[in-house]
Design a protein around this ligand. Structure first.
Ligand SMILES: [Zn+2]
Length: 144
């Protein structure tokens, strides 16, 4: 079944419906519709429409439950993708973007400099381990 979010985005971008019309048709609040609309507007990589259908920005396949891939640190909305592509972002660093939430817990992030953070992310990506594991290894090296 198609998610409400998908339906809302299609109504806006494919059918040119007004937010009020969409809210009435789906029996949901206008503010929810406007929230989805503004998320879509803030996407770094714009929505992708192929053959008059909304598709995953990455694999370009139709999907009933597209989601906003976003940066958990900054809140920036990156791209509208399917669930399986959303997971791949984390592994492959596609679109030059690493999913930060996988790599470090907030507690670590807030206590070290941005420069150190970036270095940790790079090394962790190369070594294919999480930031937490990397830090544990570094600490082991210097404390034994
Ligand atoms: Zn996809």
């Amino acid at each position: 079944m198609k998610s409400k979010q998908n339906i809302i985005l299609e109504e806006i971008y494919l059918n040119n419906k007004s937010q009020k019309e969409i809210a009435d048709n789906l029996d949901i609040s206008e503010s929810y519709v406007s929230q989805i609309a503004s998320k879509a507007k803030m996407l770094r990589i714009p929505l992708k429409i192929v053959d008059d259908k909304l598709v995953c920005t990455k694999c370009e396949k139709e999907n009933d439950n597209l989601m906003f891939h976003h940066n958990h640190s900054t809140g920036e909305y990156i791209a509208l993708v399917c669930r399986s592509c959303n997971v791949k972002f984390r592994a492959n660093n596609d679109f030059d973007y690493a999913e930060p939430s996988l790599f470090y817990p907030n507690t670590v992030h807030s206590k070290i400099s941005e420069e150190t953070n970036q270095k940790l992310i790079k090394v962790a990506l190369v070594k294919k381990i999480t930031i937490s594991e990397l830090i544990r290894k570094i600490l082991e090296e210097y404390t034994t």
